[in-house]
Design a protein around this ligand. Structure first.
Ligand SMILES: Cc1cc2nc3c(=O)[nH]c(=O)nc-3n(C[C@H](O)[C@H](O)[C@H](O)COP(=O)(O)OP(=O)(O)OC[C@H]3O[C@@H](n4cnc5c(N)ncnc54)[C@H](O)[C@@H]3O)c2cc1C
Length: 571
């Protein structure tokens, strides 16, 4: 049985590896490291569900504060996410490699995507009715821990065909398998659900519980890592252990080999800064001695951005929910899987006119001229992707129901449908930094949405595309009224921009705050994920992605952790 240690036991053990954060990446890494003889310690934040963060008021979005849920228990965000399990386009990963990260391109990651997963074949009627592609072993794994399957019952039912046909009429082809490196099109995405048991497959059960009887995996729950400790005078810095809080009391645990931070994009920078690795000016403000002046820590925060657009619906009625519950008894129905997983990924040419694309490019090129060289390289990459017909620049997420983000109650007995529009490669860059030397204080999360106005233009165009979607033949036939935006809110581009700012959300995929880049380009970790200026501290989580990918992030995070395990073990 895995040793769930008490804080005292944890503090009196010296581990080979300490992984700070038992989330998506942390548990994946722990499971792979303990398959060797070394000891691994995994610390997690708390047994409760969600850290409950929110952004600071967004200057360019009418002061809106956007909720930022983050999973807190064993499994981290993989425990609370919406189970979509997909990959970005090959172009996304190739771009990350080209920024100075050998081995992190599509070909370098493909084996790790496959290693993390077991793809279940769609059932025969599934292939016919929901256009699910057959599982191709060139792209999909057959023996990894995360079990992925296509949603068994698509909640749209017959509406799905109309959704697919409407997008096809707007020039978006159906893509049977968007995990093969070509992301463009409308696709049924895999979900991290074991359809044989109708259960979520996540880091907690797939990687952690499956290794629960290992003698060399130790876990301490309800702990908050405060900081890393270093050998006095070492250069590069040699980590000796970590300090953590448990039940309000401070403890120390020692490490032989490495400390690995897997606290996620919004918390890893906090641990680095509290450890004296960050921007000297900021650290001084909070009385923290700077050990490595690394101003890039907590910078380059990137989100995909997403406004809400409400239309037609499904079921909030008690009798419908009861029928779903009944269906779940036989592992059927929407509760047995994701309610929606057929999404469209579209290149700029599909939703922006040639003039709009040119205006965006001119503006982005001018922005690139006035940025430091590291960000300039990222912008140049993004400008190239923007014109690449194989690179999605927006995602349209049709959802069979009203999403209550607008805070407006649905009219009883009315059925709605929502299309969320998200942009994939925003130019805006945000930050996440400490607000105090107290490790329990929430960091200041500032995505700085729309600080680059080009992002708002792309989002406006993608929202207009989703409005057109509901007016296209197959869907127009069943849409009675446009609930949101109201006619006033949609009367002009400027009015729609205001609507976007007021209803802004995010797709919960923050990345980039401990970017894997050359140091001079704003990197926090090198391509072996080692923190600059340290000998034995790595970051393994979503924060290392220097660019946003056009996909949901969890499959990539598992692949990052699988690859990191091989790097750390020298394989
Ligand atoms: C609501 C929501 C829906 C999402 N939906 C999807 C989806 O459908 N598909 C998809 O692909 N992606 C989705 N994502 C994103 C995806 O889940 C994340 O990108 C991914 O899981 C991040 O993994 P991570 O290892 O970087 O961080 P996490 O999984 O968040 O792990 C970080 C861990 O570190 C712990 N921790 C933090 N600070 C400390 C500390 N100081 N001390 C100790 N422990 C600490 C946390 O408690 C957590 O367990 C969603 C995310 C959210 C929040």
């Amino acid at each position: 049985m895995t040793a769930h240690l008490t804080a005292e036991q944890f503090a009196s053990t010296t581990f080979d590896y300490i992984i700070a954060g038992g989330g998506t990446a942390g548990l994946t890494l722990a499971a792979r490291l303990v398959s060797d003889a070394g000891l691994a310690g995994t610390l997690i934040g708390s047994a409760s569900h969600d850290w409950g963060f929110s952004t600071v008021p967004q200057k360019y979005a009418n002061g809106k504060q956007v909720p930022q849920p983050r999973g807190k228990g064993l499994g981290g965000c993989s425990l609370i996410n919406i189970v979509i399990f997909d990959r970005g386009s090959a172009a996304d990963y190739d771009a990350i490699e080209a920024l100075g990260n050998p081995g992190w391109d599509w070909n370098g990651l493909l084996s790790y995507f496959k290693k993390s997963e077991t793809a279940l074949s769609p059932e025969p009627d599934h292939t016919a009715r929901f256009r699910a592609a057959k599982v191709d072993s060139r792209w999909h794994g057959d023996s990894g821990p995360i079990v992925k399957s296509y949603a068994r019952t698509f909640a749209f039912g017959p509406l799905l065909e109309r959704v697919i046909d409407a997008t096809a009429e707007l020039g978006v082809p159906f893509n049977g398998d968007s995990d093969d490196g070509n992301k463009i099109g409308m696709s049924n995405l895999f979900t991290a659900v074991d359809s044989r048991t109708a259960t979520r497959s996540y880091a907690g059960n797939a990687y952690f519980e499956a290794n629960a009887d290992r003698k060399n995996l130790f876990v301490l729950t309800s702990a908050t890592v405060s900081r890393i400790t270093f050998r006095d005078g070492s250069s590069p810095l040699q980590a000796t252990g970590i300090e953590f809080l448990h039940g309000g009391k401070p403890y120390y645990a020692a490490v032989h080999k490495e400390v690995i931070l897997s606290a996620g994009s919004l918390k890893t920078p906090q641990i680095l800064e509290l450890s004296g690795i960050g921007d000297e000016k900021l650290l001084r403000k909070f009385g923290i001695t700077t050990l490595v002046d690394l101003p890039s820590v907590g910078e380059n925060l990137l989100y995909e951005i997403d406004p809400k657009y409400e239309t037609l619906d499904t079921a909030a009625e008690p009798e419908v929910v009861a029928s779903y519950q009944q269906m779940y008894e036989t592992r059927q129905g929407p509760l047995a899987s994701s309610a929606a997983s057929t999404f469209a990924f579209i290149p700029s040419k599909t939703f922006m006119s040639a003039e709009q694309q040119q205006a965006w490019k001119d503006s982005a090129l001018s922005a690139a001229e006035h940025t430091p060289s590291g960000l300039k390289k990222q912008y140049e990459t993004q400008i190239r992707l923007f014109s690449d017909r194989s690179s999605p620049e927006a995602e349209i997420i049709p959802f069979p129901g009203m999403i209550p983000f607008l805070g407006l109650p649905p009219t009883p007995k009315t059925r709605y449908m929502t299309a969320l529009a998200a942009i994939m490669h925003p130019l805006s860059r945000g930050t996440v930094h400490i607000t105090s030397a107290d490790p329990t204080a929430a960091p200041a999360i500032d995505p700085s949405y729309f600080s680059r106005p080009e992002d708002l233009d792309v989002l406006l165009a993608s929202v207009k595309f989703s409005l057109a979607f509901f007016k296209t033949g197959p869907l127009a036939d069943v849409v009675r009224t446009q609930a949101f935006p109201t006619p006033e809110e949609a009367c002009s581009d400027d009015a729609l921009k205001e609507y976007i700012k007021n209803t802004l959300g995010c797709v919960f995929h923050p990345v980039g705050t401990a970017s894997m880049l050359p140091k001079e380009d704003g990197g926090v970790v090198d391509s072996e994920l080692r923190v600059y200026g340290t000998a034995n501290v790595r970051v393994v989580d979503a924060s290392i992605l220097p660019l946003q990918i056009a996909a949901h992030t969890q499959a990539t995070v598992y692949a990052i952790a699988e690859k990191a395990a091989d790097i750390i073990r020298g394989l």
